[in-house]
Design a protein around this ligand. Structure first.
Ligand SMILES: [Zn+2]
Length: 189
C-alpha cells in the first residue's frame, strides 16, 4: 500500500493527514504545559537571582522543559512507527527547512515539528519494517495542485485550509489534497 504523507506546517494544531484520509493527531497536547512554563518564567523574573525561591522555581522550570520534550519525543515515535509499519511505501516531502527558517513565523512551528528527527526516525523504521521511503523533491507543488484534474494554482496561502480548484470546482481539505498528490506522484514515477 502506497501512502502519501503531508507534513503541512500548521500554526495552530498538530494534526497531520495521510493520502488515505486518515488524520493523525499529534501530541497529546503539551500546550497546557507550555502555558504553565511561560507563566513560571515570567514570575521568576521578579525573583532575586540566586535566592532560594529563585532556585526552586528554576528547578520546576527545568522539569517542565523535560516533560514537554518527552511528550514530543513520544508522539513523534508513535507517528513514525504507524507510518512505517503499516504501509509498503511512504512518500514524504523534502521540506526546504533552512529556507523556511528565514521566515520567522514559520520557524517556531518547524522547530516544533522536528522535521529532521521525523525523517530520521522514518528512514530507519521503514528499513526495519521493510517498507520503502520515497522523498519527493521540495519543488513538487503538492499543495497547489488539484488532485482531481491536475490544474495548478499560482498562489496558496497557509491560511487557506481548503483546496478549491478554480478549474474543475473540486474542493478538498488542503492536506488531504496534498497527500493524495504525493502518492499519485510517486506511483506515476
Ligand atoms: Zn481541479
Amino acid at each position: 500500500m502506497l501512502l502519501g504523507f503531508k507534513t503541512e506546517l500548521k500554526l495552530n494544531n498538530r494534526q497531520r493527514t495521510t493520502s488515505t484520509g486518515e488524520v493523525i493527531l499529534g501530541a497529546k497536547s503539551y500546550k497546557k504545559y507550555e502555558a504553565k512554563l511561560s507563566r513560571m518564567q515570567w514570575l521568576n523574573r521578579h525573583k532575586i537571582i540566586g535566592s532560594a525561591n529563585w532556585k526552586k522555581a528554576q528547578m520546576q522550570i527545568a522539569r517542565l522543559h523535560m516533560k514537554i520534550a518527552n511528550i514530543r519525543k513520544d508522539t513523534l515515535h508513535k507517528l513514525t512507527t504507524i507510518l512505517a509499519k503499516n504501509h509498503g511505501t511512504v512518500a514524504i516531502e523534502d521540506l526546504n527547512v533552512s529556507g523556511m527558517m528565514a521566515n520567522h513565523k514559520l520557524s517556531k512551528s518547524i522547530a516544533d515539528m522536528g522535521f529532521f528527527e521525523f525523517r530520521r526516525q522514518l528512514t530507519y523504521k521503514c528499513e526495519l519494517y521493510g517498507s520503502k521511503l520515497v522523498v519527493v523533491d521540495r519543488w513538487f507543488p503538492s499543495s497547489k495542485t488539484c488532485s482531481n484534474c491536475g490544474a495548478k494554482k499560482e498562489t496558496l496561502s497557509l491560511s487557506e485550509r481548503m483546496f478549491e480548484c478554480s478549474h474543475c470546482g473540486f474542493i478538498l481539505d488542503r492536506d488531504l489534497n496534498a497527500a493524495i498528490n504525493l502518492s499519485q506522484y510517486v506511483s506515476a514515477s
